[in-house]
Design a protein around this ligand. Structure first.
Ligand code: NAP
Ligand code: GDP
Length: 328
């Protein structure tokens, strides 16, 4: 039977990484395309998923048998702090429309994308898949976190009432080519890569927000894309699964900054603006379930992945999402 895989959010950081993996891994290999598959990478221009009619039209057009649902209102700490209601509402609408259209159009399998932001702030570490609902999320991004948590609740309800094969992935912080490099709204790696690049090019000050002490786990978008393909083929369980490097691979924001300085080739100084928020101090997540199920996976070393991302950013500065072409 022909398989049509629809990737919502197909033009974003993770969507572009999936497209790269599907186009470059050998056909028929574990992470490659299968001969009977068609992959569709949809942008918001193809349909605003906050709107049920546009969502239905997208499903009518492509008749997907499988959906990898990445589309979301996404942003770093500072954007999340500014637009809590918009993050809550837009993501609730997008997710509800995609899940319901997947049910009404009899999609064989749906994988949605959560984030380690969904976990409670005060909880015993490491985070694992059983702790999502055991306390309120960090206040800095509670809008986004609650909207994303609800996907897990909905997945269980769709399974129990209608037998749907819906599940979800929980990635940690992601980075890679085609990231959003906006100076204010982006996540930490792309924002700092852009700031460091400008400091080197224009001699502007390179200022890192917060104390540099918080810890994060980062996954390269190309690695994450392979894990999504693996889930599509081999993971059939409503329970979510954390897609992450090991919990022993947490790095501080200062260490990340030093690695960026090296990758960009910046030989000036940088400083910390401690009046800016640190956000959650840490959120170490266990990848034990992933490693038990997948049976071994080679993650790209952090510095190698950072070099690839920085090189991509510099080569594509004029077309990258730098915020320079922001609509008013
Ligand atoms: P991204 O680069 O900002 O891309 C977002 C994608 O969603 C774009 O393709 C965008 O389309 C689409 N989109 C946004 N609003 C839409 C709407 N109303 N209707 C239809 N499409 C819409 O995001 P990303 O970093 O790839 O994130 C992918 C997934 O990973 C998200 O679910 C996110 O929550 C999750 N995640 C991200 C991170 C991270 O560090 N980036 C960490 C954990 C989890 P256009 O290109 O047309 O705007
Ligand atoms: P989070 O993991 O959801 O908190 O998201 P981010 O990717 O935005 O990372 C936030 C952490 O990086 C916080 O500790 C910030 O203080 C720190 N950080 C330092 N400089 C920046 C910056 O320019 N942008 C962002 N988003 N975070 C920064």
């Amino acid at each position: 039977m022909a398989t049509v895989v629809l990737v919502t959010g197909g033009t974003g950081l993770v969507g572009k990484a999936l497209e790269h993996i599907i186009e470059t891994e050998p056909v028929g290999s574990r992470f490659g395309k299968l001969p009977n598959e068609t992959w569709i990478f949809a942008s918001s221009a193809e349909g605003d998923l906050r709107d049920p009619e546009q969502t239905n039209k997208l499903y009518e057009k492509y008749k997907p048998t499988h959906v990898i649902h990445l589309a979301a209102l996404v942003g770093g700490l500072f954007k999340n702090m500014k637009y809590k209601l918009t993050f809550l509402r837009d993501n609730i609408l997008i997710n509800d429309n995609v899940l319901h259209a997947s049910y009404t159009h009899k999609t064989t399998k749906l994988i949605s994308c959560l984030s380690t932001c969904v976990f409670p702030d005060k909880v015993e570490y490491p985070l694992d898949e059983n702790k999502i609902h055991s306390g309120p999320p960090h206040e800095s991004n509670f809008g986004y976190a609650h909207a994303k948590r609800m996907v897990d609740v909905q997945n269980h309800a769709y399974k129990e009432e209608f037998g749907c094969n819906f599940t979800s992935a929980i990635p940690t912080n992601i980075f890679g080519p085609y990231d959003n490099y906006d100076l204010e709204d982006a996540h930490v790696i792309p924002a700092l890569v852009h700031k460091c690049y400008l400091a080197k090019k224009n001699g502007t000050p390179f200022i890192v927000s917060g104390t540099g002490k918080p810890l994060r786990q980062f996954i390269f978008s190309h690695d994450l894309a392979k894990l999504f393909v693996w889930m599509l083929r081999e993971y059939d369980d409503v329970e979510p699964i954390i897609l992450s490097v090991g919990e022993d691979e947490e790095v501080s924001i200062k260490e990340v900054t030093d690695a960026i300085v090296k990758a960009v080739g910046f030989d000036g100084h940088y400083s910390f603006d401690t009046s800016k928020a640190d956000g959650q101090f840490r959120k170490p997540a266990s990848n034990k379930k992933l490693l038990d199920r997948i049976g071994g996976f080679q993650f790209t070393p952090f510095e190698q992945a950072l070099d690839i991302s920085v090189k991509w950013f510099i080569e594509n500065y004029d077309t990258a999402r730098t915020g320079n072409n922001k609509k008013a």
